[in-house]
Design a protein around this ligand. Structure first.
Ligand code: ADP
Ligand code: MG
Ligand code: ZN
Length: 628
């Protein structure tokens, strides 16, 4: 458990202090009586016996149940003056008494004074009492500190950790490129500010709005903007904060949250990453999680508990709507779903404008061109891109961010860190052929996206890279486009095989093969693009362990399974033959491009197409790569 070592660490201090006092007490108390006859010099038991035998001992007083003795004896070293000594007696010395009797020495046994026992008892009591008081104060004090161990002791009360904040410093202006979502939420703010407008015509104000979209698209940002604009209290909590180490905390947090909200209505409750609590109940490996389910049940109950027009609106965000419990999504709970998707080109431009506000951009930088070059980027990616550009600019000691930094930043965000170029070698040559293979096949196929650049500078995991500019209309992809992509992906391996022979092909194509196999399989099983007919044979595969049931059944028989395999193989083989044919038919230009690539490390798309055009007819593409 997370908290235990903290508690132990805090224990040690009072325990040490208390222990110190306790032991002091025990020592000071016990020999109190003896000290009256103060015998500071000690004598060994052996010496004592010697003195006894030589009749020097006058008297013996026994203390502590016979374990210590104070003796009076004549000291031969001091002219037989009578001295006192203290002697520690062995536990088992019964012969001593008989010896004393025999020698007729006066001896007396003193009972143990009760002091010692009392002190000991007190000490034993003081120890735990002080310890407990100490701990009590420690916990009281530290429970005021956030995250202190006090929280661990507070589970009964469940100190709610949601924040009530109105000033996030984010305005609707800071959110760009997701207009529909923005409008929807602006309406939510209006609900809270002027509910009459809606209730007058009999409209029921929605209780919950669920923001759904991939990570980094601005869901949390949007919620913060509402908080900044709404002018009403804004309670925010993350789904994971409900789920704690103690059972029942989540449920009681939910109760607290709603109670606070009711006291502060009109207000907004924002639950970020709601999938942490809102997952399908009773699913997943090993059954459900009791704590989470109780929390979810409480949430559902609370959402039912208040009527639509009390002025509380719940906004939740998730990137996994598919794992959410269906009870959450039914009308009356999160009855509005707002999709926050990755922005289109116009949205990207707007987001870039927002994030370029506080950056020094060279006038030659066109945000429009950046937006064009970054299909699929989310708001977070774009913010990151401009930031990387700024960092590179600072590193290169330039005044303002130029196209070069932006270009490098895009590459870096997409493909990872730049590595050092390979030295000239056979393997560099092979990589060059591999990349030129991708680029050439991609350029010569009518339905393939245009080449943006080919480079031999390693980045991330890749030794070389061929960049294509994807078509902006990503929505629908035709069968011939898919086949062109598969063929293009095979271009690298095809070039290796055509030039160096089947025995020399390398592992470099592994990533390509994985991607294209997936595409080919989906063509058959999901998009009905094979001779198996327009059937959906497999549903999209989700991560089963994240909340859905383990049993994703395949919706076909064994016989169909082998036909699927055959179809997938046929598609890939066709494409591979086609790719090899393209390389073989254009061997001269391939060799020339490889030489150029090895010399220059990078060839951009425009130059590439011009060279290819000298040898073959380059099909017209819908869109050429924008040059930054
Ligand atoms: P998520 O959807 O995962 O909650 P965030 O809202 O946390 O994403 O976004 C992370 C960051 O990305 C934001 O702080 C912001 O800087 C940037 N960002 C994301 N989307 C947008 C957007 N639509 N407009 C402006 N900035 C955005
Ligand atoms: Mg978020
Ligand atoms: Zn490749």
């Amino acid at each position: 458990m997370k908290f235990s070592w903290k508690v132990v660490a805090l224990w040690t201090l009072p325990a040490l202090v208390i222990g110190f006092f306790f032991w002091q007490g025990a020592f000071a108390g016990a020999p109190a009586d003896m000290s009256k006859n103060a015998a500071n010099t000690r004598m060994t038991y052996g010496r004592f016996l010697e003195y006894l035998n030589s009749d020097r001992v006058n008297s013996v007083d026994l203390y502590e149940g016979g374990r210590t003795a104070i003796i009076e004896a004549r000291d031969p070293d001091l002219e037989n003056r009578v001295q006192r000594w203290r002697v520690d007696l062995p536990v088992n010395a019964p012969e001593l008494i008989s010896k004393l009797k025999e020698k007729a020495i006066s001896f007396d046994a003193h009972p143990m004074r009760n002091d010692g026992a009392i002190w000991g008892l007190l000490g034993n009591l003081i120890f735990p009492v002080l310890l407990i008081t100490g701990l009590f104060f420690l916990f009281r004090r530290s429970s005021n500190l956030p995250g202190g161990p006090g929280q661990a002791m507070n589970f009964g009360k469940s100190k709610a950790r949601f924040q009530m904040e109105a000033k996030t410093g984010v305005k609707f202006d800071d959110v760009a490129g997701i207009e529909e979502a923005k409008e929807e939420l602006q309406e939510v703010v209006t609900f809270l500010k002027q509910p009459e407008r809606f209730t007058a015509v009999g409209a029921r104000i929605p209780k919950g709005v669920l923001l759904v979209g991939p990570p980094g698209t601005g869901k949390t940002l949007l919620a913060k903007a509402i908080a900044g604009e709404a002018g009403v209290p804004f309670f925010s909590i993350s789904g994971s904060e409900f789920v704690e180490m103690f059972v029942g905390v989540g449920a009681s947090r939910v109760r607290d949250l709603f109670k606070k909200a009711k006291d502060n209505a009109p207000c907004i409750i924002f639950i970020d990453e709601i999938d942490a609590v809102g997952r399908q109940r009773g699913a997943g490996i090993g059954g459900g999680n009791d704590e989470r389910e109780q929390t979810l049940n409480q949430l559902l109950t609370e959402m039912d508990g208040f009527e639509g027009n009390t002025g509380i609106i719940i906004i939740a965000a998730t990137n996994r709507p598919d794992v959410l419990d269906s009870a959450l999504l039914r009308p009356g709970r999160f009855d509005r779903q707002v999709t926050v998707d990755a922005p289109d080109i116009k949205g990207r431009l707007e987001i870039l404008q927002v994030h370029a506000r506080n950056k020094k951009l060279d006038p030659s930088v066109s945000l429009d061109a950046i937006a064009r070059r970054t299909p699929g980027f989310t708001g977070a990616d774009l913010a990151n891109l401009l930031n990387e550009g700024a960092i590179l600019t600072a590193r290169r000691r330039k005044e303002a961010i130029t196209l070069r930094e932006i270009d490098d930043a895009v590459d870096r965000v997409v493909a990872g860190m730049e590595g050092t170029p390979l030295v000239d070698s056979k393997s560099k040559r092979l990589i060059a052929y591999h990349e030129i293979g991708h680029a050439l096949v991609g350029t010569l196929l009518k339905d393939h996206d245009p080449v943006q650049k080919v480079t031999l500078i390693p980045r991330g995991q890749a030794q070389g890279l061929t960049w294509f500019t994807p078509n902006e209309e990503q929505g629908l992809i035709s069968r011939s486009q898919l086949k062109a992509r598969i063929t293009g992906a095979l271009g690298g391996r095809a070039a290796e095989e055509v030039i160096f022979g089947a025995a020399e092909v390398t592992t470099g194509a592994g990533g390509d093969l994985q991607q294209l196999s997936g595409m080919a399989r989906q063509m058959v099983t999901r998009f009905g693009m094979s001779n198996l007919g327009p059937l959906s044979l497999e549903s999209q595969q989700g991560e089963v362990f994240l909340g859905r049931d383990w049993t994703t059944r395949s919706e076909y028989s064994e016989a169909i399974a082998s036909r699927i395999d055959a179809q997938v193989r046929e598609i890939v083989e066709q494409c591979y033959d086609n790719a090899k044919k393209i390389i073989r038919d254009h061997r001269t230009v391939t060799d020339r491009l490889v030489d150029l690539l090895i010399e220059k490390e990078t060839i951009d798309g425009e130059e590439f197409r011009q060279i290819v055009a000298e040898y073959a007819e380059v099909p017209e593409k819908q869109q050429y790569a924008p040059q930054l």
